[in-house]
Design a protein around this ligand. Structure first.
Ligand SMILES: CC(=O)SCCNC(=O)CCNC(=O)[C@H](O)C(C)(C)COP(=O)(O)OP(=O)(O)OC[C@H]1O[C@@H](n2cnc3c(N)ncnc32)[C@H](O)[C@@H]1OP(=O)(O)O
Ligand SMILES: O=C([O-])CC(=O)C(=O)O
Length: 370
Protein backbone atom coordinates (compact mmCIF):
# COMPACT_ATOMS: atom_id res chain seq x y z
CA UNK A 1 0.00 0.00 0.00
CA UNK A 2 1.41 3.42 -0.80
CA UNK A 3 0.71 6.08 1.80
CA UNK A 4 0.26 9.81 1.22
CA UNK A 5 1.17 11.09 4.66
CA UNK A 6 -1.32 13.73 5.73
CA UNK A 7 -3.32 12.77 2.60
CA UNK A 8 -1.18 15.26 0.68
CA UNK A 9 -2.30 15.56 -2.90
CA UNK A 10 -5.19 13.10 -2.47
CA UNK A 11 -8.43 14.16 -4.13
CA UNK A 12 -11.06 12.83 -1.73
CA UNK A 13 -14.29 14.15 -3.23
CA UNK A 14 -15.86 16.50 -5.73
CA UNK A 15 -17.31 19.82 -4.60
CA UNK A 16 -18.99 22.83 -6.15
CA UNK A 17 -18.30 25.18 -3.25
CA UNK A 18 -14.79 26.59 -3.46
CA UNK A 19 -11.75 26.01 -5.60
CA UNK A 20 -8.02 26.64 -5.41
CA UNK A 21 -6.67 26.56 -8.95
CA UNK A 22 -3.23 27.94 -9.81
CA UNK A 23 -3.17 29.80 -6.50
CA UNK A 24 -6.52 31.51 -7.12
CA UNK A 25 -9.27 31.00 -4.55
CA UNK A 26 -12.89 31.16 -5.65
CA UNK A 27 -16.19 30.70 -3.84
CA UNK A 28 -18.74 29.19 -6.25
CA UNK A 29 -16.59 30.48 -9.11
CA UNK A 30 -16.25 34.06 -7.75
CA UNK A 31 -12.71 35.24 -7.12
CA UNK A 32 -12.33 36.12 -3.44
CA UNK A 33 -10.50 39.31 -4.42
CA UNK A 34 -13.71 40.60 -5.96
CA UNK A 35 -15.93 39.35 -3.14
CA UNK A 36 -13.69 40.98 -0.55
CA UNK A 37 -13.91 44.28 -2.37
CA UNK A 38 -17.62 44.26 -3.23
CA UNK A 39 -19.63 41.83 -1.12
CA UNK A 40 -20.49 41.55 2.56
CA UNK A 41 -20.36 38.48 4.77
CA UNK A 42 -24.10 37.74 4.55
CA UNK A 43 -23.97 37.71 0.73
CA UNK A 44 -20.91 35.49 0.89
CA UNK A 45 -22.55 33.00 3.25
CA UNK A 46 -25.65 32.90 1.06
CA UNK A 47 -23.45 32.31 -1.99
CA UNK A 48 -21.71 29.39 -0.27
CA UNK A 49 -24.97 27.84 0.91
CA UNK A 50 -27.15 28.38 -2.14
CA UNK A 51 -24.66 28.59 -5.02
CA UNK A 52 -25.70 32.03 -6.27
CA UNK A 53 -25.47 35.60 -5.01
CA UNK A 54 -28.70 36.67 -3.32
CA UNK A 55 -30.98 39.26 -4.89
CA UNK A 56 -32.27 42.06 -2.64
CA UNK A 57 -35.21 40.02 -1.36
CA UNK A 58 -33.14 36.94 -0.67
CA UNK A 59 -30.53 38.98 1.17
CA UNK A 60 -33.17 40.79 3.22
CA UNK A 61 -34.72 37.43 4.12
CA UNK A 62 -31.36 36.00 5.19
CA UNK A 63 -30.57 39.07 7.29
CA UNK A 64 -33.97 38.76 8.96
CA UNK A 65 -33.37 35.09 9.74
CA UNK A 66 -29.86 35.75 11.05
CA UNK A 67 -31.23 38.47 13.28
CA UNK A 68 -34.07 36.28 14.60
CA UNK A 69 -31.70 33.39 15.25
CA UNK A 70 -28.90 35.40 16.90
CA UNK A 71 -30.07 35.09 20.53
CA UNK A 72 -28.88 31.90 22.24
CA UNK A 73 -31.18 29.93 24.56
CA UNK A 74 -31.08 31.10 28.18
CA UNK A 75 -29.98 27.63 29.26
CA UNK A 76 -26.90 27.81 27.01
CA UNK A 77 -26.12 31.33 28.20
CA UNK A 78 -26.25 30.00 31.76
CA UNK A 79 -23.82 27.24 30.78
CA UNK A 80 -21.38 29.76 29.30
CA UNK A 81 -21.39 31.55 32.65
CA UNK A 82 -20.64 28.27 34.43
CA UNK A 83 -17.58 27.35 32.32
CA UNK A 84 -14.21 27.80 34.02
CA UNK A 85 -13.11 31.42 33.53
CA UNK A 86 -9.74 30.36 32.19
CA UNK A 87 -11.18 27.99 29.56
CA UNK A 88 -9.97 28.87 26.08
CA UNK A 89 -12.83 30.45 24.08
CA UNK A 90 -12.32 27.89 21.29
CA UNK A 91 -12.85 25.05 23.78
CA UNK A 92 -15.85 26.86 25.23
CA UNK A 93 -17.25 27.55 21.74
CA UNK A 94 -16.89 23.88 20.82
CA UNK A 95 -18.77 22.87 23.95
CA UNK A 96 -21.46 25.53 23.46
CA UNK A 97 -22.14 24.49 19.86
CA UNK A 98 -22.44 20.90 20.98
CA UNK A 99 -24.84 22.04 23.73
CA UNK A 100 -26.97 23.98 21.23
CA UNK A 101 -27.80 20.68 19.56
CA UNK A 102 -29.59 19.66 22.76
CA UNK A 103 -31.90 22.66 22.48
CA UNK A 104 -32.88 22.11 18.85
CA UNK A 105 -36.45 20.78 18.67
CA UNK A 106 -35.50 18.43 15.88
CA UNK A 107 -31.71 17.95 15.82
CA UNK A 108 -31.95 14.89 13.59
CA UNK A 109 -33.91 16.65 10.84
CA UNK A 110 -31.65 16.03 7.84
CA UNK A 111 -33.87 17.39 5.11
CA UNK A 112 -32.31 20.09 2.92
CA UNK A 113 -34.62 22.71 4.49
CA UNK A 114 -33.99 21.42 8.01
CA UNK A 115 -30.23 21.51 7.60
CA UNK A 116 -30.30 24.93 5.93
CA UNK A 117 -32.30 26.26 8.88
CA UNK A 118 -29.76 24.79 11.28
CA UNK A 119 -26.89 26.28 9.26
CA UNK A 120 -28.41 29.77 9.44
CA UNK A 121 -29.32 29.38 13.09
CA UNK A 122 -25.85 28.22 14.14
CA UNK A 123 -24.10 30.85 12.03
CA UNK A 124 -26.29 33.52 13.64
CA UNK A 125 -25.45 32.32 17.14
CA UNK A 126 -21.66 32.06 16.75
CA UNK A 127 -20.94 35.81 17.24
CA UNK A 128 -23.38 35.93 20.15
CA UNK A 129 -21.58 33.07 21.88
CA UNK A 130 -18.07 34.38 21.21
CA UNK A 131 -18.93 37.90 22.39
CA UNK A 132 -20.70 36.50 25.46
CA UNK A 133 -17.69 34.33 26.34
CA UNK A 134 -15.43 37.36 26.08
CA UNK A 135 -17.62 39.51 28.32
CA UNK A 136 -18.25 36.75 30.87
CA UNK A 137 -14.48 36.22 31.03
CA UNK A 138 -14.10 39.88 31.95
CA UNK A 139 -16.80 39.68 34.60
CA UNK A 140 -19.29 41.61 32.43
CA UNK A 141 -22.85 40.75 31.45
CA UNK A 142 -23.27 39.55 27.85
CA UNK A 143 -24.88 42.07 25.49
CA UNK A 144 -27.98 40.85 23.62
CA UNK A 145 -27.75 40.95 19.81
CA UNK A 146 -29.04 44.16 18.21
CA UNK A 147 -32.05 43.28 16.01
CA UNK A 148 -31.22 45.95 13.42
CA UNK A 149 -27.51 45.37 13.02
CA UNK A 150 -25.77 43.47 10.26
CA UNK A 151 -23.65 40.43 11.07
CA UNK A 152 -20.18 41.99 11.50
CA UNK A 153 -21.62 45.12 13.09
CA UNK A 154 -23.54 43.05 15.62
CA UNK A 155 -20.47 41.06 16.58
CA UNK A 156 -18.39 44.16 17.30
CA UNK A 157 -21.36 45.71 19.13
CA UNK A 158 -21.86 42.64 21.33
CA UNK A 159 -18.14 42.52 22.17
CA UNK A 160 -17.89 46.08 23.45
CA UNK A 161 -21.51 46.92 24.24
CA UNK A 162 -21.34 50.18 22.34
CA UNK A 163 -21.96 51.55 18.86
CA UNK A 164 -19.17 49.94 16.79
CA UNK A 165 -16.79 52.05 14.71
CA UNK A 166 -17.34 51.74 10.94
CA UNK A 167 -13.62 51.01 10.52
CA UNK A 168 -13.80 48.00 12.83
CA UNK A 169 -17.01 46.74 11.22
CA UNK A 170 -15.56 46.98 7.72
CA UNK A 171 -12.36 45.21 8.74
CA UNK A 172 -14.21 42.38 10.48
CA UNK A 173 -16.63 42.00 7.58
CA UNK A 174 -13.74 41.67 5.10
CA UNK A 175 -11.92 39.23 7.37
CA UNK A 176 -15.09 37.14 7.61
CA UNK A 177 -15.39 37.02 3.81
CA UNK A 178 -11.74 35.98 3.48
CA UNK A 179 -12.06 33.15 6.01
CA UNK A 180 -15.45 31.80 4.89
CA UNK A 181 -14.41 28.73 2.95
CA UNK A 182 -11.30 26.96 1.75
CA UNK A 183 -11.92 23.75 -0.13
CA UNK A 184 -10.94 20.63 1.80
CA UNK A 185 -8.99 22.14 4.69
CA UNK A 186 -8.67 20.03 7.86
CA UNK A 187 -11.74 21.36 9.70
CA UNK A 188 -13.98 21.13 6.63
CA UNK A 189 -12.74 17.62 6.01
CA UNK A 190 -13.51 16.78 9.65
CA UNK A 191 -17.02 18.18 9.15
CA UNK A 192 -17.53 16.11 6.01
CA UNK A 193 -16.14 12.90 7.51
CA UNK A 194 -18.48 13.36 10.46
CA UNK A 195 -21.47 14.19 8.25
CA UNK A 196 -20.78 11.17 6.08
CA UNK A 197 -21.79 8.87 8.93
CA UNK A 198 -25.23 10.55 8.65
CA UNK A 199 -24.96 12.04 12.11
CA UNK A 200 -26.49 15.49 12.80
CA UNK A 201 -25.19 18.92 11.76
CA UNK A 202 -24.29 19.98 15.33
CA UNK A 203 -21.98 16.97 15.65
CA UNK A 204 -20.28 17.81 12.35
CA UNK A 205 -19.75 21.46 13.30
CA UNK A 206 -18.45 20.44 16.72
CA UNK A 207 -15.89 18.21 14.99
CA UNK A 208 -14.94 21.07 12.68
CA UNK A 209 -14.41 23.53 15.54
CA UNK A 210 -12.26 20.93 17.28
CA UNK A 211 -10.05 20.67 14.20
CA UNK A 212 -9.86 24.41 13.59
CA UNK A 213 -8.66 25.00 17.15
CA UNK A 214 -5.26 23.35 16.54
CA UNK A 215 -2.18 25.56 15.99
CA UNK A 216 -1.37 23.98 12.62
CA UNK A 217 -4.77 25.20 11.38
CA UNK A 218 -6.94 28.11 12.62
CA UNK A 219 -5.19 28.24 15.98
CA UNK A 220 -2.11 29.66 14.24
CA UNK A 221 -3.45 33.23 14.19
CA UNK A 222 -3.34 33.50 17.98
CA UNK A 223 0.16 31.99 18.00
CA UNK A 224 1.33 34.54 15.42
CA UNK A 225 0.36 37.36 17.76
CA UNK A 226 2.07 35.66 20.68
CA UNK A 227 5.23 35.50 18.57
CA UNK A 228 4.94 39.21 17.72
CA UNK A 229 4.47 40.06 21.40
CA UNK A 230 7.43 37.90 22.41
CA UNK A 231 9.65 39.62 19.85
CA UNK A 232 8.41 43.02 20.97
CA UNK A 233 10.24 45.25 18.45
CA UNK A 234 11.10 45.38 14.76
CA UNK A 235 14.82 45.43 15.65
CA UNK A 236 14.64 42.13 17.54
CA UNK A 237 12.78 40.31 14.75
CA UNK A 238 15.82 39.06 12.74
CA UNK A 239 17.65 37.67 15.77
CA UNK A 240 14.59 35.86 17.20
CA UNK A 241 13.28 34.47 13.91
CA UNK A 242 16.70 33.32 12.71
CA UNK A 243 17.31 31.61 16.03
CA UNK A 244 13.95 29.83 15.87
CA UNK A 245 14.56 28.70 12.32
CA UNK A 246 18.02 27.45 13.31
CA UNK A 247 16.31 25.47 16.12
CA UNK A 248 13.97 23.98 13.47
CA UNK A 249 10.97 25.65 15.09
CA UNK A 250 7.98 26.48 12.94
CA UNK A 251 7.16 30.14 12.49
CA UNK A 252 3.42 30.39 12.87
CA UNK A 253 1.47 31.90 10.00
CA UNK A 254 3.86 30.64 7.30
CA UNK A 255 3.61 27.75 4.90
CA UNK A 256 0.60 26.02 3.46
CA UNK A 257 -0.25 22.55 2.26
CA UNK A 258 -1.73 23.79 -1.01
CA UNK A 259 -0.31 27.26 -1.72
CA UNK A 260 3.37 27.15 -2.47
CA UNK A 261 3.46 30.55 -4.20
CA UNK A 262 1.51 32.43 -1.56
CA UNK A 263 -1.95 32.57 -0.09
CA UNK A 264 -4.19 34.98 -2.06
CA UNK A 265 -5.94 36.06 1.16
CA UNK A 266 -2.75 37.28 2.83
CA UNK A 267 -2.37 40.41 0.70
CA UNK A 268 -5.79 41.69 1.78
CA UNK A 269 -5.01 41.16 5.44
CA UNK A 270 -1.56 42.69 5.03
CA UNK A 271 -3.15 45.82 3.58
CA UNK A 272 -5.73 45.92 6.36
CA UNK A 273 -2.97 45.62 8.94
CA UNK A 274 -1.05 48.44 7.25
CA UNK A 275 -4.05 50.74 7.16
CA UNK A 276 -5.10 50.02 10.73
CA UNK A 277 -1.51 50.55 11.89
CA UNK A 278 -1.51 53.98 10.28
CA UNK A 279 -4.94 54.85 11.61
CA UNK A 280 -4.04 53.88 15.17
CA UNK A 281 -0.64 55.62 14.89
CA UNK A 282 1.06 52.39 15.99
CA UNK A 283 2.75 50.82 12.97
CA UNK A 284 5.04 48.60 15.03
CA UNK A 285 3.04 45.37 14.71
CA UNK A 286 2.63 45.82 10.98
CA UNK A 287 6.32 46.64 10.48
CA UNK A 288 7.38 43.72 12.62
CA UNK A 289 5.13 41.44 10.55
CA UNK A 290 6.68 42.74 7.33
CA UNK A 291 10.17 42.16 8.71
CA UNK A 292 9.35 38.57 9.74
CA UNK A 293 7.73 37.98 6.35
CA UNK A 294 10.96 39.10 4.61
CA UNK A 295 13.15 36.90 6.79
CA UNK A 296 11.03 33.74 6.52
CA UNK A 297 10.74 34.12 2.75
CA UNK A 298 14.47 34.72 2.39
CA UNK A 299 15.56 31.93 4.75
CA UNK A 300 12.93 29.25 4.09
CA UNK A 301 11.15 30.32 0.92
CA UNK A 302 7.86 30.15 2.87
CA UNK A 303 5.11 32.69 2.34
CA UNK A 304 2.57 33.98 4.84
CA UNK A 305 -0.79 32.24 5.02
CA UNK A 306 -4.19 33.72 5.99
CA UNK A 307 -3.31 33.54 9.68
CA UNK A 308 -0.21 35.73 9.54
CA UNK A 309 -1.50 39.24 8.87
CA UNK A 310 -4.91 38.56 10.40
CA UNK A 311 -3.10 38.53 13.75
CA UNK A 312 -1.89 42.16 13.65
CA UNK A 313 -5.16 43.20 11.98
CA UNK A 314 -7.25 41.87 14.88
CA UNK A 315 -4.76 43.24 17.40
CA UNK A 316 -5.12 46.73 15.96
CA UNK A 317 -8.88 46.35 16.35
CA UNK A 318 -8.37 45.77 20.07
CA UNK A 319 -9.49 42.15 19.91
CA UNK A 320 -7.96 39.93 22.61
CA UNK A 321 -5.63 37.22 21.35
CA UNK A 322 -7.75 34.28 22.46
CA UNK A 323 -10.65 35.48 20.28
CA UNK A 324 -8.63 35.37 17.04
CA UNK A 325 -9.45 31.72 16.29
CA UNK A 326 -13.09 32.02 17.42
CA UNK A 327 -13.47 34.83 14.84
CA UNK A 328 -12.16 32.42 12.23
CA UNK A 329 -14.87 29.96 13.36
CA UNK A 330 -17.57 32.66 13.18
CA UNK A 331 -16.76 32.97 9.50
CA UNK A 332 -15.83 29.40 8.58
CA UNK A 333 -19.10 28.00 9.88
CA UNK A 334 -20.62 29.28 6.63
CA UNK A 335 -18.22 27.10 4.64
CA UNK A 336 -18.50 24.14 7.00
CA UNK A 337 -22.27 24.11 6.78
CA UNK A 338 -22.22 24.55 2.98
CA UNK A 339 -19.98 21.47 2.82
CA UNK A 340 -22.20 19.59 5.28
CA UNK A 341 -25.22 20.31 3.06
CA UNK A 342 -23.27 19.19 0.00
CA UNK A 343 -22.15 16.01 1.76
CA UNK A 344 -25.70 15.07 2.81
CA UNK A 345 -26.79 15.76 -0.76
CA UNK A 346 -24.49 13.11 -2.23
CA UNK A 347 -23.24 10.98 0.59
CA UNK A 348 -20.94 8.04 0.93
CA UNK A 349 -19.24 6.98 4.14
CA UNK A 350 -15.65 8.32 4.20
CA UNK A 351 -13.45 5.49 5.30
CA UNK A 352 -9.90 5.24 3.95
CA UNK A 353 -7.44 2.45 4.75
CA UNK A 354 -4.32 2.31 6.92
CA UNK A 355 -1.17 0.47 5.94
CA UNK A 356 -0.59 -1.71 9.01
CA UNK A 357 3.05 -1.62 10.11
CA UNK A 358 2.72 -3.01 13.65
CA UNK A 359 3.73 -6.44 14.98
CA UNK A 360 2.12 -9.59 13.58
CA UNK A 361 1.49 -13.16 14.76
CA UNK A 362 1.38 -12.19 18.43
CA UNK A 363 0.38 -14.92 20.87
CA UNK A 364 -1.86 -14.21 23.85
CA UNK A 365 0.09 -14.42 27.14
CA UNK A 366 -1.97 -15.05 30.29
CA UNK A 367 -1.91 -12.00 32.59
CA UNK A 368 0.15 -13.69 35.35
CA UNK A 369 2.91 -14.52 32.86
CA UNK A 370 3.41 -11.02 31.45
C1 LIG B 1 -5.88 28.49 8.07
C2 LIG B 1 -4.77 27.57 8.02
O1 LIG B 1 -4.91 26.50 8.47
S1 LIG B 1 -3.37 28.11 7.28
C3 LIG B 1 -2.09 27.19 8.11
C4 LIG B 1 -1.92 27.70 9.52
N1 LIG B 1 -0.81 26.99 10.21
C5 LIG B 1 0.39 27.58 10.43
O2 LIG B 1 0.63 28.72 10.09
C6 LIG B 1 1.37 26.74 11.19
C7 LIG B 1 2.75 26.82 10.57
N2 LIG B 1 2.80 26.12 9.30
C8 LIG B 1 2.86 24.77 9.24
O3 LIG B 1 2.96 24.07 10.25
C9 LIG B 1 2.83 24.11 7.88
O4 LIG B 1 3.35 24.96 6.89
C10 LIG B 1 1.40 23.67 7.49
C11 LIG B 1 0.83 22.79 8.60
C12 LIG B 1 0.50 24.86 7.29
C13 LIG B 1 1.46 22.88 6.18
O5 LIG B 1 2.11 21.73 6.48
P1 LIG B 1 2.68 20.64 5.45
O6 LIG B 1 2.17 20.84 4.09
O7 LIG B 1 2.43 19.34 6.09
O8 LIG B 1 4.19 20.96 5.44
P2 LIG B 1 5.24 20.41 6.49
O9 LIG B 1 4.84 20.72 7.89
O10 LIG B 1 5.49 18.97 6.15
O11 LIG B 1 6.48 21.29 6.12
C14 LIG B 1 7.39 21.02 5.04
C15 LIG B 1 8.74 21.58 5.42
O12 LIG B 1 8.64 23.01 5.58
C16 LIG B 1 8.90 23.37 6.92
N3 LIG B 1 7.91 24.33 7.37
C17 LIG B 1 6.61 24.34 7.02
N4 LIG B 1 6.00 25.36 7.62
C18 LIG B 1 6.94 26.00 8.33
C19 LIG B 1 6.91 27.13 9.15
N5 LIG B 1 5.77 27.80 9.36
N6 LIG B 1 8.05 27.54 9.73
C20 LIG B 1 9.19 26.87 9.52
N7 LIG B 1 9.28 25.78 8.76
C21 LIG B 1 8.16 25.35 8.17
C22 LIG B 1 8.77 22.09 7.75
O13 LIG B 1 9.51 22.13 8.93
C23 LIG B 1 9.26 21.07 6.75
O14 LIG B 1 10.65 21.13 6.73
P3 LIG B 1 11.54 19.80 6.55
O15 LIG B 1 11.14 19.26 5.21
O16 LIG B 1 12.92 20.30 6.64
O17 LIG B 1 11.10 18.89 7.67
O1 LIG C 1 -6.70 24.97 3.44
C1 LIG C 1 -6.00 24.73 4.42
O2 LIG C 1 -5.30 23.70 4.55
C2 LIG C 1 -5.95 25.68 5.54
C3 LIG C 1 -6.47 27.03 5.20
O3 LIG C 1 -5.81 27.84 4.62
C4 LIG C 1 -7.85 27.32 5.56
O4 LIG C 1 -8.54 26.46 6.09
O5 LIG C 1 -8.29 28.47 5.33
Amino acid sequence: MSVAKGLEGIVALTSQISSIIDGVLTYRGFNIDELTEKANFEETAYLLWKGHLPNREELAQLKKELSQEAPVPEAVLAQLKAYPRDAHPMAALRTAVSALGLYDDNPEDKTVEGNYKKAVSLTAKMPTIVAALYRIGKGLEPVAPHPEYDFAQNFVYMLHGEEPSPVAVEAIDKALILHADHELNASTFAARVTTATLTDLYSAVTAAISALKGPLHGGANEQVMRTLEEIGSVERAPEVIEQRLANKEKIMGFGHRVYKDGDPRAKHLREMSRQLGEQTGDTKWYEMSIKIDEIVQAEKGLKPNVDFYSASTYYYLGIPLNLFTPIFAISRISGWTAHILEQYGDNRLIRPRADYVGPTNQKYIPIDER
